[in-house]
Design a protein around this ligand. Structure first.
Ligand code: SF4
Length: 263
């Protein structure tokens, strides 16, 4: 594997025009199915299509079941996991505060990425992780996902993280993240992952916008990986407030996003 710095150079050298050519050739239009914003079944890596498990939201943001009045959440689904960078957590919190007129703190937006964590005797997660994931609701769906009449929408659309702006695409560079599941299409360095919107016509303008975000995401992911490597502190767990430490590019943090102290 190339060094992260070499991969970062490659990401910075990516041609947005060539990425846009690849996206145009693969084709994509978001159908607002909600598949990339919701919990998923193991055999359904793209997530649950709108209406295939989640009903419409009730007043407290849960998903209401029109038949029996309880949560109506699909069981047997894994919670949605989408990586969010630390600066994006703050931006999403600001956007949510503006949209909903109430205060949003770190934990309202992000949770420690569960992969690699173990379970403490009290059933709570424990260990070290190296990413934040968007927070999920009782149904395992992104807390910012809204649905009505079978159409999904994002409550923080203009401030949504890069991973959301660029789904279902990724670039094939070491050190960048790939959505779950095998790529279903590829063109040059661009990979396309399970999504019902693939193969649809896309305008050059939209392809160019997506391509620019895809390049930005690849650069950002590698910068984040380098930052995590450089700020990693193996003794942080001894000073943490709880059983979980999240190492992001800003240094070790507690599960609520506060920095782990020095002593
Ligand atoms: S932030 Fe918005 S686009 Fe991203 S997963 Fe949540 S609802 Fe979907």
């Amino acid at each position: 594997m190339e060094s992260l710095e070499a991969e970062l150079d490659r990401a910075r050298d990516l041609s947005v025009d060539e990425l846009a050519d690849a996206i145009e050739s693969i084709g994509f239009e978001c159908t607002r199915c909600g598949g990339c914003c919701t919990g998923y079944a193991p055999d359904e890596p793209g997530g649950a299509p709108a209406g295939a498990g989640s009903g419409e939201r009730d007043d407290d943001g849960d998903t209401a079941d029109p038949n029996n009045g309880d949560s109506g959440c699909h069981d047997e689904r894994e919670p949605h996991t989408a990586t969010v960078f630390p600066d994006e957590v703050r931006r999403v919190a600001d956007a949510a505060e503006e949209s909903f007129g109430e205060s949003y703190d770190w934990r309202d937006v992000a949770r420690p990425m569960p992969f690699g964590l173990s379970e403490a005797p009290d059933g709570e997660p424990a260990g070290e992780t190296f990413e934040w994931a968007l927070a999920t609701d009782d149904c395992g769906d992104c807390t910012f996902y809204q649905e009505s009449d079978g159409q999904g929408a994002c409550a923080v659309h203009d401030s949504r993280p890069l991973i959301c702006r660029t789904y279902p695409f990724s670039v094939a560079l070491d050190g960048t993240s790939q959505p779950m599941g095998e790529a279903v299409d590829a063109e040059g360095v661009v990979r396309a992952h399970e999504c019902e919107g693939l193969g649809r016509d896309i305008s050059r303008e939209d392809a160019a916008e997506l391509a620019a975000a895809l390049k930005q995401r690849a650069v950002r992911e590698l910068e984040e990986a380098i930052g995590v490597r450089d700020t990693y502190d193996p003794s942080a767990g001894e000073r943490a407030d709880g059983d979980v430490v999240v190492f992001d590019s800003e240094g070790p943090k507690n599960a609520d996003g506060t920095p782990v102290g020095d002593d």
